[in-house]
Design a protein around this ligand. Sequence first.
Ligand code: ATP
Length: 330
Amino acid sequence: MTDILQIDGVSKAFTQPLDLAAKTANLLGAKNREVRVEAVDHVNLSIRKGEVLGVVGESGCGKSTLGRMVAGIHSPSGGDIIWKGKTYSQMNGSEKKAYILAVQMIFQDPYSSLNPRKKVIQAISEAPIAHGLVQSSERDEFTVKTLERVGLDPSLRNRYPHQFSGGQRQRIGIARALAVNPEFLVCDESIAALDVSIQAQIINLFLDLREELDLTYMFISHDLSVVRHISDRVAIMYLGRVVELASAKDIFADANHPYSQALLAEAPQITEGHRTFHPIKGEVPSAINPPSGCHFHPRCPHTTARCKTDKPELKEIAPGRYSACHLNAA
Ligand SMILES: Nc1ncnc2c1ncn2[C@@H]1O[C@H](COP(=O)(O)OP(=O)(O)OP(=O)(O)O)[C@@H](O)[C@H]1O
């Protein structure tokens, strides 16, 4: 399989006002009124055409920020995105426009991204008409076809978003993304807000669409059982960095990085019909003032002196398996 998209040394730093930052870190005594947050720190990943790359990690590790940079919503503070061999920052206006259509994002809560005053037919057909992909005269036929593709009854196309259930709204969100003929979907916790039975239906829809439309996915989730089910390969993130990258089979059978091992040991459990996630014990990670060396060292059971000072690089430890841990060099 060839790479369709490369994340090439991508970083993103945000500046947070101190009052917001103080909520996530104990910085009330700080003198500055703003703090810098390294949300994503030199991430390198290649995504192959047709694959599902799962991206997992605890809350705040930079998954959404990475996904938003891939989808062109945030611009990187460092590094670049390479799409089909072309570097984003070097693309001309029409190439950038084509890229923004080719890479679509599906959010957790489609309701917040659907305009409550617009009917489904408008939500689905407006962007393709505006971009000249569909003629106004074809609006109705196009909407019917797109709704059928995501398993929604097309006779509901003149209704408003609030008239649908959560699962149906997510199908509308997916239909809206598909309406501009994307090749790559960034799914950011796209099923997290749904009941478990509906989650399974939406996952199956994603997998069917991959076959039908030859799509590639970056699938961001904190839910390991979902990621295991849907992903070909998995990237595990910790405080802005990718600490392990391997096939889903290898990660779930034999994780290498101590953080991956801890994350898997804390597997989600099903309680009252909902999956719950139990974070790893220890200091809550903060991207505001991350630990030196390996960010995971204060919580790692195998920490050595080197882990406190040297940043471990993501290295190939076996064919197709990458881990950023000094233990592998020992
Ligand atoms: N627009 C922003 N402005 C300032 N800081 C931000 C912004 N977006 C994210 N951050 C910070 O960047 C870090 C990474 O956040 P991000 O949302 O990417 O993580 P995440 O792994 O997706 O977490 P979650 O699962 O909770 O969404 C956090 O410390 C967050 O507070």
